[in-house]
Design a protein around this ligand. Sequence first.
Ligand code: BES
Ligand code: MN
Ligand code: ZN
Length: 484
Amino acid sequence: MEISIISTSLTELQTECLVVGVSEDDSVVGSSAELDTLISDLIDSGDFKPKAGSQITLRNPEGLGAKRLVLVGVGKADSFDALAQNDAFVGLGKTLKGLPISEATIDVASLSRGDQGTQERLGYGLVWAAYEYTTTKPKPADSDSKVLERLQLVGEDSDKEHVTTGMTIGHGANLTRELGNLPGNTCTPRYLADQAVHLADRYSKLSCEVFDEDTLEEIGMHCLLSVSRGSEEPARFIILNYQGAKDPNAKPKVLVGKGVTFDTGGISLKPGAGMDEMKFDMCGAATVMGCMQSICEMDLEANVIGVIAAVENMPSGRATKPGDVVKTLAGKTVEILNTDAEGRLVLCDALTYVERFNPEAVVDIATLTGACLVALGKHNTGLLSTDDALADELFAIGKASGDPCWRLPIEAPYQKLLDSNFADIANIGGRDAGTITAACFLSRFTENYRWAHLDIAGTAWFSGGKAKGASGRPVPLLVNWLRA
Ligand code: BES
Ligand code: MN
Ligand code: ZN
């Protein structure tokens, strides 16, 4: 999308579509008497209420040069929070996408009240709404040919900068969504590795290294390998290294993504209903890819490492069985009581591996437990950490990004649930507190650095129905954490 800044009056402006925000505190935009008359008429007649996210589209608005006018309600200043903004701007993006236009003009000040974060979310929402999955379901050939190509912003250079930054986060989220949406027979561990290599080819500050199963065997990642033993698809371990800090030796922040490209449950086979959604079990990995692309595109001044543990979890004559004991990279033994608790088995070796980067902090991202959906639903990502400061930081950034997470505890009494008679640790803790015992398992492998875990089982995709598809969460939360 091409973006330019203009400073013409809103009355005279020649554009296919003019977008203006209307506030509940004060509906006067101020820069155009004709526009203000039009808006107050619409409000007085009851045709438009400027509550957050509401919209009205007019053709040939009276007294204006614009061919169309889209009004977007921005509510009251104190209630138009990041969540409401994301909704409103995605809604605006969908409207623009549905119009037969190739160019639009946005009055940034009236939509953002001059706030940088709001401007970023405007860019994010527009890009998020523009994404459509077409890879295995192409659009009909006769579908509307006009797509939005040019965006004019009425505002200042800094507005353009912030909207553009938001767009880079949107592009990252859309990459995450595309990888998540791809079917399991396309998006295999090898496919993820290829995509990571291609990503690194596009940016000079990003490099990529991929380990195959022979290498993983040599390194000693037996726990990770135990998950993919039943699959014909070989595992891949992917390391993306972004060197953006002025000081090349600056400690990196590290992201670790669960990349189970399909989770059948293995020998502890899942029930059939809805199992297709386990193609989304690599959304942690997809989040790492999306974040890496975003920080490359915004040329972030920081060192960041993204690690992906990619496997397919299948039952077969070679598959790991309940009761099997495997050795982790850390040297601890694990009794695998349920082969469907596989995410933690790939993550524990990845978490041990990243110690060597001497990280500033490590965040892993995983569709780890169905129990997280039960506890938090589809609104909050599960946040678990052994570091209060890091947890507080992620909580605050999530809230400010409209990409929230909610903390659950990791405490000693829960750790006991993982005791095993036959190994150092069992891979499940029983029925209770499933999200917590999963995080307890991971915590045994993260003792040497600051660490937090994001359980995105409820937030990484929309289930069933028409909206079914990956959400791109928690890319906004994590990119904003990497920038902090
Ligand atoms: N990928 C699943 C978790 C999941 C399930 C995410 C449903 C989103 C929706 C994970 O590998 C898994 O199967 N976890 C088990 C753990 C249990 C065996 C302790 C679960 O949640 O049932
Ligand atoms: Mn599973
Ligand atoms: Zn899984």
